[in-house]
Every structure is written in structure tokens, then in C-alpha cells.
Design a protein around this ligand. Structure first.
Ligand code: DSN
Length: 426
């Protein structure tokens, strides 16, 4: 038994249950992924013992000579990977990265223009329920009702009307490429800053499969999870002219000492993201997502905007006559995890929704290819189509386990065969 099991058997038991859940379910939540063993090791390392307020060479704690190397290597790798002039790899999360970017560029009460949460934006881009919507005067743009693509003419119109100090691009539920050049043009036309939160698509950007926002935006924020398949936490990339303001906004502005195991794991994340293997992984994500969208459409489900250019898609469930919540529940009963999600102009409240969001980054990490995606799509479509008629769950559960067994996860640390025979007998 490992130490955790001895010291705290109760927590160890829940951790093991979570491990079994991750190994034996099909994970389609678009913001989740399975990290490499090296990332787990970095995040669970002795760096958790250290404090290092400040930045390499300018710390408020002693004994930082090795930490300085680790953080400096991470910063240089982030700059190289995304062709950025400056990088800060200390944000504890994506939301913290955004808060620091706002603090660097804005004063409380300034007007910001970000994507509407219900059209695919993120809470921290101005939603009223976030501190951002309460500190700043947030105005939002959305997608066109007809095409379900970002309505750039509306963005330009709102920018002229409200004269924002900052325009934010980036989304957590938008399946199409974002035209950063067009956003920059709009920001310039009203003389405001332009920021991109590329959290969902950062892996695709790193692999050259989505336009890089760095040349266009004053500040770019991201997480290193999701398609980056790496450390838990955030980063900020920016032009040199904003470097000092960004660094001050993170520390001492909104954070104290960095979470050093995560800072180190970010450095490892960037190294992995520079490899051909990582680029091949990102290409497979796009192939899998496009295959899933095509399959679900052929099965009679509607994909918002008609398809996907990235790792995710939104499925409009109204033609099938079930809600997002019902679909999330029925899929989870057979071991497929998705999240209910508003679709643009959704008539149903956020706690119910008319859609689900499906992302394929995590299953692609397990080794799923188009053939496996065909099987997953059939399971999803079969369950959704028949949700109101009563579905024979056992056969579907068996298919899910078969796919999980075909593509084992963290095999080196787990007895997969024992696990599956146990689950099948339940
Ligand atoms: N917004 C959450 C999501 O996309 O699931 C995570 O940032």
C-alpha cells in the first residue's frame, strides 16, 4: 500500500474510485484531458515545499536558485512555443490569468466587450455572476442566429456604440476558428486593447493547427490543461510593453507565491508540446472531432454551426426531443461523460439546456482513432434517439467498457484486467 493509503485510507479510497472512474469511462468533457505520467510526477513533486514570491532573480524568499532555473526554462519555452515576447507562467488558473490581464490593462468600471456566455463565451469574460462582470462594465457579443458563427459585424457595431477599453476573444464552447485579425482590426478602429483567451485551443495553436493569436493580441491568456494536455494552471503571454504590468498584476496584484509544482509541470508541458508526437496528437484530435460531428449529423442530430474546426462540438438536442440534462444523465449511465451546454439562443434555462458539448481531446490521448469514434458516435446517437422510449443499457455499457479496455489508461500503475472483470460483474 502507498503512503496515502496508510495515512488517510478514507481519502485514498475515494482517489482510487476516481482512478477507476477515469479508466473505465469515456471522457468527452471538452475541457478535460489525461496528462502524461511526467506531468503527474512534476505536479506531485517536492516543489510543493517551497515558497518563491516574485520572479527569477527577484524573490522575496531565500533558497530559490533551483526554482529560478525551473521557472526561467518554463518561461523561455512558453515564449518559443507561442512566439511571444513575454510569458508569465505563474497564474494558478485560467481565470486568474484573465483577472491579471484585466488588472494590467483596465481600471475598475472600464467597459469590456467579450463573448456572451450563452453563445460559447467564458464566465470570466464579463458574466454578471463573475467578479469580472461586477468590477467592469461588461458588454457582450454573440453568434449570428443564422450561421451560428461569431457575428463580427455585431462586434464592430458594439465596439463603436460602447467604446470599450478592451475587446476579448476566446470561448469555451465554440467549434469554429476565430478570426483574430478581424478582432484586431475592430479593436484598432475604436482604439482599444485586444486580448485573447485561447485556453480551449492552445494545443491546436501550439501545433500550428489554429491561427496563433499572439501576433494580433496585446495579451493572450490560456490554461495548460484542455488540449494542451498538461499542468493544472494558467499562463499569460504578451508584448514586451505590457510585461511589467502583467507581472505586477499576478504578483503582488492577485496572487502570492506561485504553486511551484504546477509551474514546473507547465515547463514540462511546453517541452512536450514542441515535439512531433504532440503535433501528431493534435492532428488526430481534429480528425476525431470532425468524424464525430459527421457521424452524429448522419445519425440525425444537429451540430451547431454544422461542424467543427477544433476539438469540440455542440449538439442541439431539440430534434431528438430531450434536454441537455437528460442526455448528460443517460450517457453517464453507460459510462460516457459529457456536459449539458446552452446552445446559441437556447430557449431552455442553463440548469437544463437544449444541448451537450462534446470534446475529443481526452479520448484521443487514450489512443482513440476514427474507428473508435465511429463506435462512440453510434452509442451516443442510439442512446439519445431512444432516450424517451426506454433503452437497454447493459449492451451499451459493455460497448463502453470494451472501448476502454482497448485503450488502457495509466496501465503501468493499474491492473487493468482485474479492474474490468470486476466492473463487468457489477
Ligand atoms: N469553462 C470550463 C470549461 O470549458 O469546461 C473550464 O474552463
Amino acid at each position: 500500500m502507498n503512503k496515502l493509503g496508510i495515512v488517510d485510507p478514507e481519502i485514498a479510497m475515494w482517489l482510487e474510485k476516481e482512478l477507476v472512474r477515469e479508466i473505465s469511462t469515456i471522457e468527452l468533457i471538452a475541457s478535460e484531458n489525461f496528462v502524461y505520467q511526467s506531468i503527474l510526477e512534476a505536479q506531485g513533486s517536492i516543489l510543493t515545499n517551497k515558497y518563491a514570491e516574485g520572479y527569477p532573480g527577484k524573490r522575496y524568499h531565500g533558497g530559490c536558485e533551483f526554482i529560478d532555473h525551473i521557472e526561467s526554462v518554463g518561461i523561455e519555452r512558453a515564449k518559443k512555443l507561442f512566439e511571444a515576447e513575454h510569458a508569465n507562467i505563474q497564474p494558478h488558473s485560467g481565470v486568474n490569468a484573465n483577472l491579471a490581464a484585466f488588472m494590467a490593462l483596465l481600471k475598475p468600471g472600464d467597459t469590456i466587450l467579450g463573448m456572451n456566455l450563452q453563445h460559447g463565451g467564458h464566465l470570466s469574460h464579463g458574466s454578471r455572476v463573475s467578479i469580472v462582470g461586477q468590477f467592469y462594465n461588461a458588454v457582450d457579443y454573440g453568434v449570428s442566429r443564422e450561421t451560428e458563427l461569431i457575428d463580427y459585424d455585431q462586434v464592430a457595431r458594439l465596439a463603436r456604440q460602447h467604446n470599450p477599453r478592451l475587446i476579448i476573444a476566446g470561448a469555451s464552447a465554440y467549434s469554429r476558428q476565430i478570426d483574430f485579425a478581424r478582432f484586431r482590426e475592430i479593436a484598432d478602429s475604436v482604439g482599444c486593447y485586444f486580448m485573447v483567451d485561447m485556453a480551449h485551443i492552445a494545443g491546436l495553436v501550439a501545433a500550428g493547427l489554429h491561427p496563433n493569436p499572439v501576433p494580433y493580441a496585446d495579451i493572450v491568456t490560456s490554461t495548460t490543461t484542455k488540449t494542451m494536455r498538461g499542468a493544472r494552471g494558467g499562463i499569460i503571454l504578451c508584448k514586451k510593453q505590457f510585461a511589467a504590468k502583467v507581472d505586477k498584476a499576478i504578483f503582488p496584484g492577485i496572487q502570492g507565491g506561485p504553486i511551484l509544482p504546477n509551474v514546473m509541470a507547465k515547463a514540462v508541458t511546453f517541452r512536450i508540446a514542441m515535439t512531433e508526437q504532440f503535433r501528431a496528437y493534435q492532428r488526430q484530435i481534429i480528425r476525431n472531432a470532425q468524424r464525430m460531428a459527421q457521424n452524429l449529423e448522419q445519425e440525425g442530430l444537429r451540430i451547431v454551426s454544422g461542424g467543427t474546426d477544433n476539438h469540440l462540438m455542440l449538439v442541439d438536442l431539440r430534434p431528438a426531443g430531450i434536454s441537455g440534462q437528460q442526455a448528460e444523465d443517460i450517457l453517464y449511465k453507460v459510462g460516457i461523460t459529457v456536459n449539458k451546454n446552452m446552445i446559441p439562443y437556447d430557449p431552455t434555462p442553463p440548469a437544463v439546456t437544449s444541448g451537450i458539448r462534446i470534446g475529443v481531446a481526452a479520448v484521443t490521448s487514450r489512443g482513440f482513432t476514427e474507428e473508435d469514434i465511429d463506435s462512440v458516435s453510434q452509442i451516443i446517437a442510439g442512446l439519445i434517439r431512444n432516450a424517451n422510449r426506454g433503452v437497454e443499457m447493459e449492451a451499451y455499457k459493455g460497448k463502453v467498457l470494451e472501448l476502454c479496455r482497448k485503450h488502457p489508461l495509466y496501465l503501468e500503475s493499474f491492473e487493468m484486467d482485474g479492474l474490468f472483470s470486476g466492473l463487468e460483474n457489477k
